[in-house]
Design a binder for this molecule. Structure first.
Ligand SMILES: [Zn+2]
Ligand SMILES: [Zn+2]
Length: 401
């Protein structure tokens, strides 16, 4: 017999001390990027002795842990990321980061610890499980494409998951609330770069120069105007120029201006339109003023799209486990990005968000993700553990029914 949902909340409660201990150990010792070897070691130690088949990623420190139930059946994937951010922690917590300039400010310490606890609970159910659970522990979510590398390593090929689930904490949601939405959840994230070249010289004699600085300003306005006026409101795009660098003195016209920015979209059509517009506007506005432009677009994550069936399943289990009103559907996507998008390109599934504010706390005013004072009320991690367990077992039992 598979544990009932209510038993998953009890099992997560019994597991709570271990969840918190592992989370705090990872939190105190953060690592950035694709090679989070100390974190991988902590996670593998937490899974040691369990009936799991561990397969390592060859291009990252990530790994999958495979639990095969006593009976064959469907395959489901649960994912937790493990990397931190290059931010100096300012929470003042007793288990704050011991690594200067690095912090788990996106909650990936909680994600991997919750997933490890779910693995321990589900391993205890092996004898009654029908099907296979793949626990995906991945580094390099913060812009390093860790999920894509693990997929390219073949870690999702055999067994091939038929459903996937990931949870992300969300500090400004009320505590314990679970939220998601069908279809587009998060945006694609391309990085924009341009160098506009003119001809520098004396600032008192601009006619003897080709001043690239007003040209860059014009190009920024043109690019942002294009996105504002040519993007349908119903299929949004965001283009933000976030960095503009030129010059060194009061009396020198610079040779070049460098600018950087980000393009966020929810569909391929809008993404291609935005990329082409940035390239064209930088190049042609520069050319109109006798300048030249060197444009480079670094491909980021695709948009994260939830399968409606998986969102229905999340709503159902959140309501069953924690009561009516626990789940609320997001009214709109968020234009942030996530590399779980790569998993969802391959496997139908869903990402959901979990509120981690303290009971009674005004969640709207809490420090957000990527803030140096971001704090998690750890009691809610039990909900994340139970959600993982219930998503996996319900999918194995019923598929997409
Ligand atoms: Zn993040
Ligand atoms: Zn994150």
């Amino acid at each position: 017999m598979t544990l009932l949902n209510t038993d998953f909340t009890a099992a997560a409660a019994a597991e709570f001390e271990q969840t918190v201990a592992l989370r705090r150990a990872i939190h105190a010792d953060p690592e950035v990027g694709l090679h989070c070897n100390r974190t991988t070691a902590k996670l593998k130690a937490a899974l040691d002795g369990l009936p799991l088949e561990i397969r390592d990623s060859t291009s990252t420190s990530g790994f999958v842990a495979i639990l095969r139930g006593a009976q064959p059946g469907r395959t489901v994937l649960l994912r937790g990321d493990m990397d931190a951010l290059p931010i100096q922690e300012e929470t003042g917590l007793p288990f704050a980061s011991q690594v200067a300039g690095q912090m788990h400010a996106c909650g990936h310490d909680t994600h991997s610890a919750m997933l490890a606890s779910a693995a321990r609970i589900l391993c205890a159910q092996q004898a009654s499980l029908q099907g296979t659970i793949v626990f995906m522990f991945q580094p390099g979510e913060e812009g390093y494409h860790g999920a894509r590398f693990m997929i390219e390593d073949g870690l999702l090929d055999d067994p091939a998951p038929e459903a996937a689930f990931a949870l992300h904490i969300w500090p400004t949601l009320p505590g314990g609330v679970v939220t998601s939405r069908p279809g587009p959840l998060l945006a694609s994230t391309d990085s924009l770069n341009a160098i506009i070249r003119g001809e520098g010289g004396h600032a008192a004699m601009p006619y003897d120069t080709v001043d690239p600085l007003p040209v860059a300003c014009e190009a920024v306005l043109a690019a942002q105007t294009f996105i504002a006026r040519r993007t349908p409101f119903f299929d949004p795009a965001v283009l933000s120029v976030t960095s503009l660098h030129a010059g060194s003195a009061y009396n020198i016209v610079p040779d070049t201006v460098e600018l950087k920015g980000t393009l966020r979209t929810l569909t391929d059509e809008r993404r291609m339109q935005g990329r082409a517009a940035f390239d064209r506007i930088m190049t042609q506005v520069a050319a109109a003023h006798d300048c030249s432009a060197e444009v480079r677009i670094d491909e980021g994550y695709p948009a994260t799209r939830n399968d409606p069936r998986a969102v229905t399943l999340v709503e159902e289990i959140a309501t069953d486990l924690f009561g009516a009103g626990t789940y609320s559907e997001m009214p709109n996507p968020i234009m942030g990005g996530e590399d779980f998008a790569y998993v969802l390109q391959k496997v139908p599934g869903a990402m959901a968000f979990l509120g981690v504010a303290a009971p009674g706390e005004n969640a709207a005013h809490r420090p957000t993700l990527h803030n140096s004072r971001m704090i998690v009320h750890e009691d809610w991690l039990q909900r994340g553990v139970a959600l993982h367990c219930a998503f996996a077992t319900r999918f194995l039992a019923r598929g997409w029914e």
